[in-house]
Design a binder for this molecule. Sequence first.
Ligand code: ADP
Ligand code: MG
Length: 678
Amino acid sequence: MTTESPLTELKGIGDAQAKKFAVLGIRTVGDLLDYFPRRYEDYSVITPVSKLQPGVVTVEAVVKQAAGRYVRRGMHITEAVASDSSGSVRLIWFNQPYRAAALKAGQKYFISGDYQLRRQRFTILNPSVEMVSDLPLNTARILAVYRETKGLASRQIRLAVQPALELLKSLLETLPAQIIKDQRLISRAEAVAAIHQPQSADHLEKARRRLGFEEVFQLTLASLLNKRENQHETALAIPFDEKLARDFVKHLPFKLTDAQRRTVWQIYQDLQKIEPMNRLIEGDVGSGKTAVAAMAALMVLAESKQVALMAPTELLARQHADTIHSLLKPLGRQDSVAMLVGSLKPAQKAKARAAIKTGKAGFIIGTQALIQEKVDMHQLALIIVDEQHRFGVDQRKTLMTKAGHMPHVLSLTATPIPRSLALTLYGELDISVLDQKPAGRQEVITELASPNSRAQLYQTIDKELAEGRQMFVVCPLITESAVVEAHSAEKIYEQLSKKDFKHRRVGLLHGKLKPTEKQAVMERFVRHELDIVVSTTVIEVGVDVPNASIMLIEGPERFGLAQLHQLRGRVGRGSAQGYCYLLLSGSKSPNRRLRALESSNDGFKLAELDLELRGPGAIYGTLQHGQLDLRIAKLTDTKLIAAARRAAQELLDSGEDLLQYKQLMQHVNRFRAVTNLN
Ligand code: ADP
Ligand code: MG
């Protein structure tokens, strides 16, 4: 047996079982060892029966009689009594008719389960039971709880892991020996064993430290190697034309914030080098990333080279095209803007393609269509990726190959990744943070509203609409669903347009509409031919309608914190006070996440909180491609992260031949494939 062996080589796993494991992405024995638990349940403390307290418990007791019966059709109950020297306790299993026969009267067992009051009597419900003589797998220890799937519970995964651990004897070390020694880490084999079957809380902590260190170490090494490789590539050096920059700024309808100035300056420094720029701009919604991007592009256009701006949706691409067009107009450069999106008519597309090919189009704006369709660039010098977290690495790679040489890359994101995390995940990127909102912008007032305050809320909102404001209503679903209990955009649209706001102009916008239909609705909203647009999260990213001052979110419980913050960013962009109403779908009191939103407008703060409450997945929940994710390392463990990053840098600086660390490099190369932007 090796890590590459199919799962069926494990004792007790047949084809049917293997199929279920495949649902979880586990195909080989190695995959299984790599399938780390999500959490643990501590059943390690054995309590005398007389001392039991409600909750998760383990007892060591002798089973007396056990008997099963049907209490009604489809409802079977097995009851047993178990005792130790201190007393007796009742055990009950529901719909597990095999239980009675499996228990031997007079035999001593470890019994672990939930101890609670049932029909006036304390009972251990649905306990796991194992003979005391066996090595316990499901009782009397800290138990691994895995992500499960239908027909495959943690109990069965533990059973499969048990024989797989045999392999660990031959598992090769992945970290250089010196680092293990310096950092006082346990071996990889021991850590993997402990992550699945910890002997104690301390043992588990050691395993986590070892595996977490390794993760950050490898990720950092991967990005440092990527960075080093980029330095060997050459890009077109773009000179800085100060007069042009001043001219552009002079014609802006606003004054740049200091953060914008600083960032533009950093970009201009980068562009002048032949080393390819690889910079990420992180800026909260409304921090003015578009103007910064336009200023970067300006220098490229002045050199008669091309810029490609890629946006995640057609709506956004079109909006960018409009914005860029009007920003360039005062300089007489608006004609260089070309848009290429999927819904263009064939003739329009052909025209755009031709302009791109000859270089007549300097500023090319589009969606994925830019990379999915055959587009020949003339001389692409700069790629700007808006909402970069929405793009897969492969997509970015494809776009870059169109340049022929290495283009400079500027990524924009409104997903506020805390800086420590960004540095770990994207070590090869230079990062600029737009940590300042344009002056004079009011904070959006956010309020949680209970379902029974709907009518009153509508009245409040109508006063604003009467003043000439506009509203977005965002729903979690497009159509009513029998399974999911949540308001759909279609239903709310019906209600608002026919009843509550029938005296207003209401539009409907969702992902199932054709791009041209979406575009039409959005344009009507922009021209204020609609007062209200009811939509799904298609409006989440980037849409800019300054007169829209109200955001009403139905069922905010269904959205992530980062997403809610993004949605809220759609309002409060003009001079009027912005409002964001979170209309709860149930009467349950709102959790900390939603309360946090009410009290803070700071995306970075909210991201930190989300990280704390839900782990890194919270941020990466928005990732659609790529697997960038730390499974073990806690991002709040700054000491561990710093130590691992330093160790990686030191190894690279030592000039040692990395190829000697074959195991390490295998892992690192996997990470490189994910993080490499080239
Ligand atoms: P985001 O960073 O979310 O992409 P945008 O670039 O769309 O933000 O900018 C949001 C709005 O703020 C736009 O209407 C833009 O014209 C305006 N804006 C950008 N920079 C400034 C500034 N320095 N002062 C005032 N308004 C600004
Ligand atoms: Mg934007």
